[in-house]
Design a protein around this ligand. Structure first.
Ligand SMILES: Nc1ncnc2c1ncn2[C@@H]1O[C@H](COP(=O)(O)OP(=O)(O)O)[C@@H](O)[C@H]1O
Ligand SMILES: [Mg+2]
Length: 244
């Protein structure tokens, strides 16, 4: 089972946090106990997207420094009592080492069916820590050249860290922009350039993005929500046709 899943990308702003929240909610709505860990020290935003930022007192750095117990840093986020999150340290200097993060995760892993790790952008030490105990990685890209180049570098780091179960999510896809900008002849060319097997395409959906940024649930009819649902089903091992 793919239990600990790192969500990564080379470039910032591809949609890692939005996707962690979107997929986390769908896994939780399907009855799984889900933990989202914000690993973007100094840039944390998952708490805002899950509407719990006002409740925060402790984060991962406080647990590691002995300031609080782990359970004090785990915040419930709705979805029928199935969704929880742990905030990243507010201070970028409090980035955890891979060993400390691994011990931290081992202490909470048994309680959850799925753990999603929202990784920092890039291929630096933050990514290496975030993926240190993952058994699957979702690489998020946007269908444009600079974003795809980052995917190759992330894929290399993942492989170097022993993660071979890697899947691609193409986010913010708009058919009109894709054809209009004509960077690539088709989506196969995008996938080929990353060298990563596709698990889903999330459409550009400004209303969903606005809801998530405001910490409220996206509408049921939202296009992106449907894509999150299908990706969550694939993660759960269900056979769901890819969109093309
Ligand atoms: N599918 C989407 N459609 C439209 N906007 C999106 C989508 N996914 C993310 N966004 C927007 O893109 C920006 C970056 O998203 P975010 O999840 O914070 O990226 P990252 O965590 O990779 O830095 C945000 O403004 C977010 O609302
Ligand atoms: Mg983010």
């Amino acid at each position: 089972m793919n239990k600990i899943i790192a969500v990564a990308s080379g470039k910032g702003g591809t949609g890692k946090s939005t996707i962690s929240v979107g997929i986390g909610r769908e896994l939780a709505n399907a009855g799984n106990k889900v933990l989202i860990i914000d690993c973007d020290s100094g840039m944390r935003g998952v708490d805002i997207m899950l509407g719990v930022s006002r409740n925060l007192v402790f984060d991962m750095a406080d647990v590691v420094s002995g300031e609080c117990e782990i359970e004090n840093s785990v915040y419930p986020c709705g979805c029928g009592g199935n969704l929880f999150m742990i905030p990243a340290p507010n201070d970028a200097d409090d980035e955890l080492s891979p060993n400390v993060f691994r011990r931290f995760l081992e202490a909470v892993a048994d309680v959850f069916d799925y753990i999603l790790i929202d990784s920092p952008a890039g291929v630096g030490s933050g990514l290496k820590t975030a993926v240190s105990i993952a058994d699957m990685a979702l690489v998020v890209c946007n269908p444009e050249p600079a974003s795809l180049r980052g995917c190759n570098n992330v894929r290399r780091i993942l492989l170097e860290n022993g993660i071979s179960n890697i899947r691609l999510i193409i986010n913010k896809f708009s058919e009109r922009s894709f054809i209009g900008m004509s960077f690539y002849p088709d989506l196969d060319a995008v996938i080929d350039e990353t060298g990563i097997q596709l698990i889903g395409i999330v459409p550009e959906d400004l209303r969903m993005a606005a809801s998530v940024q405001s910490g409220v649930l996206p509408e049921k009819s939202s296009l992106a929500k449907g894509a999150f649902e299908r990706i969550a089903m694939r993660i759960r091992g269900e056979k769901v046709m890819l969109p093309f």
